[in-house]
Design a binder for this molecule. Structure first.
Ligand code: ZN
Length: 175
């Protein structure tokens, strides 16, 4: 059985993917921490995830980096990738090939996704993760402030005011 894991790139972190909410361990590279800076809420989330062992900082081996560079050159995408991009991909490659992880790269970067596909690495985009949030709606009366669950009408049965729909997050998928 392979372990499940995620590799987070900077687009994932910047767009608010929280490693603490992911069901399995995630990995990223040192450069990403430098990029986001050690301040603010985002950094607090990252720091907490690292302390809880939910996020691991790893430097992929020279060998894995070489493999990714070689493939990127072969497919003509090498020029599109930054050094951190290569390392993110190498980390995914290494976890899958050397450590038997069922790994997915979470990224909204087209060139990372494209190269991941060329390397046969799984990836998902941050947008997809957002969609996996589940919402329900409740009706709310702005006049008398009553809330109605599972009520299909549009008018408040108590005061007759027009109801509004409130979005209510029921499940933030942690997968
Ligand atoms: Zn009302």
């Amino acid at each position: 059985m392979s372990k499940k894991g995620y590799v987070l790139d900077s687009t994932a972190i910047i767009q608010g993917v929280d490693p603490n909410l992911l069901r399995c361990e995630s990995f990223t590279i040192r450069e990403l921490l430098d990029e986001i800076g050690e301040i603010g809420r985002r950094w607090m989330r990252i720091k907490t995830a690292m302390m809880l062992g939910k996020l691991m900082i790893r430097d992929p081996s020279t060998r894995s980096r070489g493999k990714v560079e070689e493939a990127a050159k072969e497919y003509g995408v090498y020029d599109k990738l930054s050094k951190p991009d290569i390392k993110i991909l190498a980390l995914g490659y290494e976890l899958r090939n050397d450590e038997n992880y069922d790994v997915e790269i979470i990224s909204d970067d087209y060139d990372i996704q494209n190269t991941a596909a060329l390397l046969n690495l799984k990836y998902i985009s941050v947008g997809v993760m957002r969609i996996r949030k589940t919402f329900t709606y409740i009706k709310y009366c702005p006049a008398c402030r009553r809330k109605y669950n599972k009520y299909t009408g549009t008018i408040c049965p108590v005061c007759g005011h027009k109801l509004v729909s409130l979005k209510h997050l029921v499940n933030e998928e942690s997968f």
